[in-house]
Design a protein around this ligand. Structure first.
Ligand SMILES: Nc1ncnc2c1ncn2[C@@H]1O[C@H](COP(=O)(O)OP(=O)(O)OP(=O)(O)O)[C@@H](O)[C@H]1O
Ligand SMILES: [Mg+2]
Length: 623
């Protein structure tokens, strides 16, 4: 995607960039984006008072260089055919050469110092922006995370933060120095010979017209290409997330074909843009040549008529070369900035998104009496379908309750509302009479722990995964929790023990091992309210029995919600809430429900000692 070729006359694209900006809302927003990025380079802005003098010294040194050609040639011309002047001219040339070398060395030194200072300051601003952006992404609502593609999200983040660095780089290390150089050369050239200077610049209007027309089209095409590139990365990221499915069904070729299609779409668009750049580069080179030819021919004419020295001609040829060089750099920077602005625009959308709601100011210290759902109804943001309908019930402090119901009845959704991953569409959840939204998220969430249906672990060591949930947790506490979760023996039996890496999402561990680590993690978190969503589903009967004991200890004094399909595990719950299609249809103890609810009785009868009765399977098959 990088455009490496440099052309001359696309420099004028920047002029078209400016003119778009004053004529269309789209371009105006480009300017705003550009200024917004510059606004984030706080450290550089604060240091401009000493950076600019450094830059001016550098520019003065660079601009003075063509003058040395004039000095050399004019003095040479005077001494040609005059051997008596040879010694004097040689000494003069030696002096000029020494001054020239010193000036070049000084200009290199000055620019290196300027470059180093800019990069150092920019690093600080970039780091700040990267941290703000990553923090912002983590603060976005859960719905954003599950609705967007991971690969695409990573690419937006990656390119967005790089846009801050790259735009700063282009602005302070290319554009500003080159604009100063260009302007100084103009002034210097007009001072020496205005007519020659005008001839050097005579081809510029043609370049401006071409670039204003083509630059606008390229800009639109590049934005479309960027969107297609995002799709490539999104698709590739999705493919990698589901790599086990791809391998399992031997769909590597099929996946490659899908990726080939998206790459082709993006690549073709990019190639089209490259072709336009190439034609414009060629046009630019022709115009550059015409400019230089004009200078040379006019210069020869003036010399022949005694209106200019040979040194002046050398000076202008050198000057013309230097005038075109900044133009080339500016054109290249312009192209890059256009791309970075599109990248920044995408990350900016994320930065302007609403955080997950966190307007509460109260601090939750303890659950004193009860937790209650009050006339709660809920639809997921992406869907109008009502998932939970007017749910009301209360759980007393220290109670161990269970949510049961057929698959899709809304049990997990109820806990997602309790964790504040989502907010109710209407109604509320209250703790001791206070709406949970009135508590600060941090104080609230640190009183909760959950083991979800699809336990995942960080791609790190077992130790990291365990100590992650609490500050200053001791190794003794970790070991104790592992013992309670019946996983200590397994961990200590591993070659690297607690320092074993668990792989991507914990995939190097078995489902049961992963789940017991998640249980130990919940024990370490030491919560007031515990949510166990199918928490024992991946354990064998023996482990389950042992863990049930540990859970009983852990749940002692804590308010616990258990969701289980295997009803044997919740038989002794203080209260069982039965849900059907998003409604609470019955509640009570196991015995009460078995008598009062035909739905519950049917569910229990389907299972015998925690296993699905084979007779039932036959019945289902017959249906
Ligand atoms: N993020 C989401 N966006 C839209 N709909 C969703 C989302 N998550 C779940 N649903 C829908 O909400 C309904 C309830 O889902 P939920 O996960 O709460 O069911 P459940 O009772 O936990 O089921 P199971 O016993 O299978 O785990 C389902 O119909 C599901 O398709
Ligand atoms: Mg569920």
């Amino acid at each position: 995607m990088e455009e490496e070729d440099k052309g001359l006359f696309l420099i004028f694209c920047q002029i078209s960039f400016m003119s778009h900006n004053t004529s269309t809302p789209q371009a105006l927003s480009n300017w705003k984006l550009f200024l917004e990025i510059l606004g984030k380079q706080v450290s550089i802005r604060n240091s401009l008072f000493w950076l600019f003098p450094l830059l001016f010294v550098y520019v003065a040194l660079v601009v003075s260089e063509p003058y040395f050609y004039k000095l050399f040639v004019d003095n040479l011309q005077v001494s040609i055919g005059k051997p008596e002047l040879f010694a004097q001219t040689s000494s003069l040339f030696m002096q000029i050469s020494i001054v020239w070398v010193l000036l070049v060395l000084l200009s290199i030194g000055t620019f290196t110092l300027y470059d180093f200072s800019i990069q150092m300051l920019m690093h600080g601003d970039w780091k700040k922006f990267a941290l703000t952006t990553s923090k912002k992404i983590m603060q976005l609502p859960m719905d954003y995370h599950i609705s967007t593609n991971l690969g695409e999200r990573q690419k937006i983040y990656d390119r967005g933060i790089d846009a801050i660095w790259n735009t700063g780089y282009e602005m302070y290390l290319n554009i500003l120095p080159q604009i100063f150089i260009f302007t100084s050369l103009l002034i210097f050239g007009f001072y020496i010979n205005p007519l020659m200077m005008l001839i050097s610049l005579s081809v510029m209007p043609i370049g401006i017209i071409i670039s204003m027309t083509v630059g606008k089209k390229v800009h639109i095409l590049q934005k479309a290409a960027n969107d297609l590139w995002d799709k490539v990365f999104g698709r590739f990221g999705d493919g990698l997330t589901n790599i086990s499915i791809t391998k399992l069904y031997a769909r590597e070729e099929c996946e490659a074909k899908i990726i080939e299609t998206v790459i082709d779409n993006a690549g073709n668009k990019q190639f089209h843009i490259r072709k336009i750049w190439s034609f414009l580069n060629a046009g630019g080179k022709i115009l550059e040549f015409m400019g230089k030819m004009g200078v040379t021919i006019t210069g020869v004419f003036f010399i022949l008529h005694g209106k200019m020295t040979l040194g002046d001609l050398f000076f202008f040829v050198a000057l013309a070369g230097r005038i075109y060089a900044p133009l080339q750099t500016l054109e290249y920077s312009y192209r890059n900035i256009i791309r970075h602005l599109a990248d920044f625009a995408k990350v900016r959308i994320i930065l302007n998104m609403e955080n997950e709601p966190n307007n509460g100011t109260k601090i939750l210290t303890k659950l004193q009496n009860s937790l209650s759902y009050n006339h709660l109804s809920f639809s997921y943001p992406s869907n109008d379908r009502e998932i939970l309908k007017d749910i009301s019930f209360a759980i007393k402090k220290g109670q161990k309750v269970a949510f049961v119901g057929h698959t899709g009845s809304g049990k997990t959704t109820l806990t997602q509302l309790l964790t504040r991953f989502y907010e109710p569409s209407s109604g509320s959840i209250e703790i001791d009479g206070t709406d949970i939204r009135d508590f600060t998220l941090e104080s609230y969430r640190t009183k909760l722990a959950a083991v979800f249906q699809d336990t995942t672990l960080f791609n790190d060591t077992i130790r990291h995964n365990l100590e992650y949930v609490r500050d200053n947790v001791t190794f003794e506490q970790i070991k104790k929790a592992c013992q309670q979760a019946n996983i200590l023996e397994f961990i200590e039996g591993l070659e690297k023990g607690f320092d074993t890496e668990v792989g991507e999402r914990g995939l190097k561990l078995s489902g049961g091992e992963k789940q017991r680590i998640a249980i130990a993690r919940a024990i370490i978190a030491d919560p007031e309210i515990l949510i166990l969503d199918e928490a024992t589903s991946a354990l064998d009967a023996k482990t389950e029995a042992m863990i049930q004991d540990a859970f009983n200890n852990l749940m002692e004094g804590r308010t616990s919600i258990i969701i289980a399909h295997r009803l044997s595990t919740i038989r002794h719950a203080d209260c069982i809430f039965l849900f059907e299609k998003g409604e609470l249809i019955a509640f009570g103890s196991h015995n009460e429900l078995y008598i009062s609810s035909s739905v519950y009785k049917e569910m229990v009868d389907y299972q015998k000692n925690g296993f699905v009765d084979e007779g039932v399977l036959d019945t289902i098959a017959a249906e």
